[in-house]
Design a protein around this ligand. Structure first.
Ligand SMILES: [Fe+2]
Ligand SMILES: [Fe+2]
Length: 274
């Protein structure tokens, strides 16, 4: 049975709820909501003038320590762009910290609503939450190794903070169901996977082999998180395994829902950081 709580009720947001008023509105040539003829050129021009004046989302800080300055200087001399790697590392730190908070909120929701008929367990969610917190610490240490400041908000860290605001709102809204919360977390996990892939490629280009190893372990864990969340989400909207597998087959992707196979255990994922 689906855990989604949407029900048929007194929703009056659509025009079909007021057919007479809708007809009157459409027949009235002077109605103010119809607006005036024209296009969005003026609005686009105004936006373009602001865009032209802006200087981006801030900057990457100059290292404040001697070690940091030397490290950045050496990398620049080698033709690398350590500032881009540091910016993307700060982005990942911001996102992993937010992910930890998203899972905290999911645990609260789970405690309040219960698992219902889903295969989700509190232990599994707590285990993923632990992975996210460890990812944040891994990134904090990696930034420090590069001589960077893990507390600095770089442009990309700022960017993902704004992007994730909607996800945090969904999880912290008392009205949202488990299915809706899982949908938001799935968005975060999908973005996380791509974020780690980019970071691994950048670290690899910079010859940071040790980092690549640690980041690759984290990516493996993210993929397991995504599979678990997708499975629980599909269960929550009442998708049965046949429908899910048919949809996956039609898009050439592996199905995750109710496959009958053992759920990946995030807590025992290989390469887990302690
Ligand atoms: Fe993560
Ligand atoms: Fe994750």
């Amino acid at each position: 049975m689906a855990e989604q709580k949407e029900h048929v009720g007194m929703n009056k947001t659509g025009v079909q709820m007021a057919p007479l008023q809708t007809k009157a509105m459409l027949d009235d040539d002077n109605i103010i909501t119809r607006g005036t003829p024209g296009d969005e050129t003026a609005m686009a021009q105004l936006r373009q003038s602001y865009i032209a004046e802006e200087d981006g989302l801030g900057s990457i800080p100059v290292p404040a320590t001697m070690k940091g300055m030397v490290s950045m200087g050496v990398h620049m001399l080698k033709g690398d762009s350590p500032q881009i790697l540091l910016d993307k590392m700060a982005e990942r730190l911001a996102m992993e910290r937010t992910a930890t908070r998203l899972y905290d909120a999911l645990l609260t929701k789970l405690d309040a609503l219960g698992e219902g008929t889903l295969s989700i367990t509190r232990e599994q969610v707590a285990s993923i939450r632990g992975d996210e917190a460890r990812h944040a610490l891994l990134m904090r240490d990696a930034i420090a190794t590069m001589g960077g400041d893990p507390t600095a908000q770089t442009p990309s860290a700022d960017l993902v903070g704004v992007e994730a605001m909607g996800l945090v709102q969904v999880l912290s809204d008392p009205r949202t169901s488990l299915a809706q919360s899982l949908h938001a977390i799935l968005t975060a996990e999908l973005s996380d996977g791509v974020g780690w892939e980019t970071l691994i490629a950048l670290a690899s280009e910079s010859g940071q082999d040790e980092m690549v190893e640690g980041f690759s372990d984290a990516l493996l864990q993210e993929r397991k998180h995504q599979a678990m969340i997708q499975t629980w989400y599909e269960e929550a909207v009442g998708l049965d395994s046949t429908a899910s597998q048919a949809a996956a087959a039609s898009t050439g992707q592996a199905s995750t829902a109710n496959t009958g196979t053992a759920m990946p255990d995030a807590g025992s994922a290989p390469g887990k950081h302690s």
